[in-house]
Design a protein around this ligand. Sequence first.
Ligand SMILES: NC(=O)C1=CN([C@@H]2O[C@H](COP(=O)(O)OP(=O)(O)OC[C@H]3O[C@@H](n4cnc5c(N)ncnc54)[C@H](O)[C@@H]3O)[C@@H](O)[C@H]2O)[C@@H](O)CC1
Ligand SMILES: Nc1ncnc2c1ncn2[C@@H]1O[C@H](COP(=O)(O)OP(=O)(O)O)[C@@H](O)[C@H]1O
Length: 285
Amino acid sequence: MTMNEAFVALNWQTVPTLPARSPQAHKGSFGHVFAVGGGPGMGGALALACAAAYRVGAGLVTAVGHPSAIPYLAAWLPEATWRDWPARFGDLPEQAVLAVGPGLGQGLAAHDLLLEIGTLSHPQVWDADALNILARFGPELLAADAPRLFTPHPGEAARLLGVTVAAVQSDRAAAICRLQARYGGYWVLKGHHSLLLGGAGRWLCPLGNPGMATGGSGDVLTGILAGLLAQDLAADKALSLGVCLHARAGDLAAARMGEASLLARDILAAVPHALQELAQNHDGN
Ligand SMILES: NC(=O)C1=CN([C@@H]2O[C@H](COP(=O)(O)OP(=O)(O)OC[C@H]3O[C@@H](n4cnc5c(N)ncnc54)[C@H](O)[C@@H]3O)[C@@H](O)[C@H]2O)[C@@H](O)CC1
Ligand SMILES: Nc1ncnc2c1ncn2[C@@H]1O[C@H](COP(=O)(O)OP(=O)(O)O)[C@@H](O)[C@H]1O
């Protein structure tokens, strides 16, 4: 058996789903996502991640962004609250989940934010520039134990491993295993047939399409994963559900819009439909 074959294809019909909501539920029942990113010129990445966290059911979402990102974010997503950089996280609520990286940039302020986030034990999703900074400073940046999901595309994976993109792509299974061995945590190596490495599970996502190769589509995944973790899904479940949900939403959106025209916001808009499909699958099983 090759290492690739050890990754089992996930099935959209049976992937874990969200539990039904209690009639007594209130917004405090569904967690609080703090999405950290939105450096100069990249407020859109943060906005997409925040909206995705809400779309999968997070009770509250706070955007932590560069001051220049906030007016745009507040207009586009008035449901989110916000904090300016430089932010400190000493007052984070116990149920907080962090999503770090979308549009963060790689300057000193971003590095300072990650130095503090690395000491927190709250569940975290690391993406984009958070991964690029991690590649520069190494696993020491992850000072405290915390449930962490890492979501590199092949370019980020290559930086984290100090190899070329071609080397990552030539043996994706080996690459994701090396990433987990070096940095710990739970991983998705994104792209065609994303690979997932959980605590015990090794999975491949057979869903998704090349229309999703468009700016911002990974930021939507980051928000989805954080929104699921915020609802107390175990990291393994959040990983398998989140990656499949994102890819299925991409397929539903591509069926309507065509692959070439697909925008990240179309994937976001299809998330509720994918979630409803999933609920029907589970009712029917
Ligand atoms: N609207 C926004 O504000 C957006 C901001 N973004 C931010 O821009 C910053 C830079 O991220 P980027 O990802 O664009 O730049 P990167 O330089 O990190 O990655 C792009 C490179 O990665 C490689 N790569 C990625 N996916 C691959 C695949 N499937 N197969 C092979 N190679 C692959 C390619 O070499 C590609 O040129 C991040 O902070 C990110 O969050 C992007 O997310 C795009 C949208
Ligand atoms: N050819 C493809 N087939 C399936 N999924 C894809 C393909 N290309 C990109 N994707 C998905 O789209 C997303 C792109 O994420 P990423 O590269 O981080 O984009 P961005 O940085 O612009 O947000 C990932 O979830 C990836 O798996």
